[in-house]
Design a protein around this ligand. Structure first.
Ligand code: UDP
Length: 317
């Protein structure tokens, strides 16, 4: 299939691009390189260095049969301080992309949504029918796009899937997480292990969890890529599906730190800090729906294995 990957120079987008190429798809990456890296675009894909807002000529030229849309601003803290960027890129940019798709007669899309659409959960594991009450602009902007996709499915016959990622981690095809401003736990802990940072601050150890630190659901990026390949052909015209993607097992911040120490063999000095605003105690996915509908099963559920893959790629770099 001829596909366009918006945000294919980023962490998850580049891994999925590599997976699409491995399956024989023809891939054009659309990315303005605002946070992505040109050298993360796998050889074999064509890069169009363009923002979502200016995507129409690229779609008119490429005439993709499907779009996978990863391009977004994704820092929760920044979204609270500079909301314009989040509404402009995540919502305005996505709307421009959908209109560009319509003009190019392309109606199939897989969208990177997020667990942040749910906000503070009433129950864990979180199912897709849980209330969506995002607690930050990032989550609200992603939820707006989910609503947009429902409208476009109903009005324009789009075949759409929103994949709500929990905590994506690990590496695949030699591609891992590489952000100018790193905020995620596993890459930061690995930087400490590598001696690039002095210590890791644990954001709170007084949560109502067994060891007092927050519990998250870490899903391997290779399993996530598989889910995209399964989701791509799944919806019928006029259908918008929503699937959560997680391992279904939660790991605490303390367990992650222990895994990083064990895998790297290096010390990871820890400082106990304040809670980070807006952090729920526990976020764990129920991925029953995608398992039942599409037969998706994560293969890399072992935390040490996820950390090892991330460590190997970061060291190779
Ligand atoms: N965390 C932490 N120290 C850090 C970064 C993250 O204690 O330097 C915690 C954070 O409070 C959360 C978990 O690690 O409980 C995962 O955070 P991350 O930012 O990786 O992902 P999020 O859950 O926010 O999507």
């Amino acid at each position: 299939m001829r596909v366009l990957v918006a945000g294919g120079a980023g962490y998850i987008g580049s891994v999925v691009t590599a997976a699409l190429l491995a399956e024989g798809h023809e891939v054009t990456v659309l990315d303005d390189l605002s946070t992505g890296h040109a050298d993360a675009v796998p050889p074999g894909a064509t890069l169009a260095e363009v923002s979502l807002h200016h995507s129409a000529p690229v779609l008119a030229d490429v005439r993709p049969e499907a779009v996978l849309h990863f391009a977004a601003k994704s820092l929760v803290g920044v979204s609270q301080q500079r909301p314009f960027e989040y509404w402009d890129t995540n919502v305005g940019g996505s709307l421009a992309l959908l209109e560009a798709m319509r003009a190019a007669d392309c109606r199939r899309i897989v969208f990177s949504s997020t667990a942040a659409t749910y906000g503070e959960p009433e129950a864990v594991p979180i199912r897709e029918d849980a209330p969506t009450r995002p607690t930050n602009t990032y989550g609200a902007s992603k939820l707006a796009v989910d609503h947009m996709l429902t409208s476009y499915a109903v009005a324009h016959g789009f075949a759409a899937v929103s994949l709500r990622y929990f905590n994506v981690a690990g590496a695949a095809f030699g591609l891992g997480e590489r952000h100018a401003t790193e905020t995620h736990l596993i890459p930061i802990a690995l930087q400490v292990a590598a001696g690039q940072r002095e210590s890791l601050t644990v954001f709170g150890e007084d949560y109502p969890t067994p060891d007092g630190t927050c519990i998250r659901d870490y899903v391997h990026v290779a399993d996530l890529a598989d889910a995209h390949l399964l989701a791509l052909p799944a919806p019928a015209d006029g259908e918008h599906r929503i699937y959560n993607l997680g391992n279904g097992t939660g790991f605490s911040v303390q367990e992650v730190v222990d895994a990083v120490r064990q895998v790297t063999g290096h010390p990871v000095p820890v400082v106990i800090g304040e809670r980070r605003a807006g952090d729920p105690a526990q976020l764990v996915a129920s991925s029953d729906r995608i398992r039942a509908d599409l037969g998706w099963t994560p293969d890399h559920t072992d935390l040490a294995g996820i950390v090892r893959d991330a460590w190997d790629v970061s060291r190779a770099r």
